[in-house]
Design a protein around this ligand. Structure first.
Ligand code: 6MZ
Ligand code: ZN
Length: 352
């Protein structure tokens, strides 16, 4: 077998943790085709829903794609199908623990409500448990910063409600949406309230330069940061922001392909992964939107290893260390640690 093929197998074989995956951004081309085949969606058949292999765009292009996808994913049946397929695809990529996130939506035309949307996602997660997929799935409710504080409060109430009735499948809140829209500081009281209610916070922060907003949100002490592309000085952030994140060891969910294809980072070599990794800061490699960006978690690990010259041991350590930052109970962390260590041993033996 050619060396490159062996390496592809290696990244695929690593047991992995995915902590930053938007459900509707993760739709594969297969699922998209299935949804478009439904008669009333044919009209959207020629709209762009993905960036091809080497194609790049802007963040604006990403958000145009999301609005097309949302027209396709507009019913509880679609939400169930998408979630089921996304979980199976991550499981096939050897992801052993997955946190999906998604924005609850009301669609009058199909009768979908925020509650029925959440219930469709939770049913898909529940049904996957009986399918022998060897993956644990949790759910984070997303607050879209374009939708305002009243909607965010409602999302917080829904997160608490479904956390209580889903045996802890719902674990927390995300802040996402177009980073140029609105002012994320408006949501700070909602995030403080969420922490009081025992929900975790995974916030998109500094995806684009915005020092004041970022510092104010960091002071809430989120449990994880999505992207953090523009925390450091050369990217429009500041030393103060980097020092704050480093001092509090707030883990970073880093999505290489997403940042390069959405042009918030010029190229892989200049991705902020290197800066944080060299500091020994908790870095979790994630996909963000594997469908929109035509990627997989194995591919993201492979890009990180090849771009930054990481050894097989270092890559396996990164996968293992991600376990420490999942929003789940300690006994699940312990189980994952044991099984990842066992796999690590076997993989290092066979890759010698
Ligand atoms: C590329 N970087 C990004 N930055 C910010 N928000 C993003 C994002 N990628 C995805 N989303 C958020 O996820 C939604 C789609 O999934 P759901 O319908 O919620 O499952 C988008 O509408 C946006 O709010
Ligand atoms: Zn994201």
């Amino acid at each position: 077998m050619a060396e490159s093929e062996t390496m592809v197998d290696f990244f695929h074989a690593i047991p992995k943790i995915e902590l930053h995956a938007h459900i509707n951004g993760s739709i594969s081309t297969g699922t998209m085709k299935k949804l478009l085949d439904r008669k009333e969606k044919k009209i959207l058949e020629h709209c762009k829903t993905t960036f091809e292999e080497a194609e790049r765009g802007t963040l604006d292009d990403c958000f145009k794609i999301f609005s097309v996808i949302h027209q396709i994913s507009d019913s509880t049946e679609a939400a169930y199908t998408i979630t089921t397929d996304v979980i199976r695809e991550f499981a096939e990529d050897n992801v052993k623990y997955l946190e999906l996130r998604s924005t609850p939506r009301d669609i009058a035309k199909t009768g979908m409500t925020k509650q029925s949307y959440i219930e469709a996602v939770l049913k898909a997660i529940e049904d996957c448990k009986s399918q022998d997929l060897d993956i644990v799935v949790k759910f984070i409710l997303a607050i879209d910063r374009r939708n305002g504080v009243e909607v965010a409060k409602e999302t917080l109430d829904l997160a608490e409600k479904y956390r209580n009735i889903s045996s802890d499948t719902v674990v927390g809140l995300d802040l996402s949406g177009d980073p140029y829209a609105g002012d994320a500081r408006d949501y700070i009281p909602v995030f403080r309230d969420a922490k009081r209610r025992g929900l975790k916070l995974a916030l998109h922060l500094a995806e684009v330069p915005n020092k004041e907003e970022t510092m104010a949100l960091l002071k809430v002490l989120p449990d994880r940061i999505g992207h953090g592309t523009c925390l450091h000085q050369e990217a429009g952030g500041s030393l103060e922001l980097v020092e704050f994140v480093a001092k509090h060891r707030i883990p970073l969910e880093l999505c290489l392909t997403s940042n390069v294809k959405g042009r918030t980072v010029s190229d892989f070599d200049n991705h902020q992964f290197k800066l944080w990794y060299d500091l020994g800061h908790p870095c979790i490699i994630c996909t963000d939107d594997k469908g929109v960006f035509s990627t997989s978690l194995s591919q993201e690990y492979s890009i990180a290893a090849n771009t930054f010259g990481l050894s097989n041991e270092a890559v396996l350590d990164m996968a293992c260390n991600s376990i420490e930052h999942i929003f789940a109970e300690d006994n699940l962390k312990a189980t994952l640690r044991d099984s990842f260590q066992e796999q690590r041993h076997l993989l290092l033996k066979t890759s010698d």
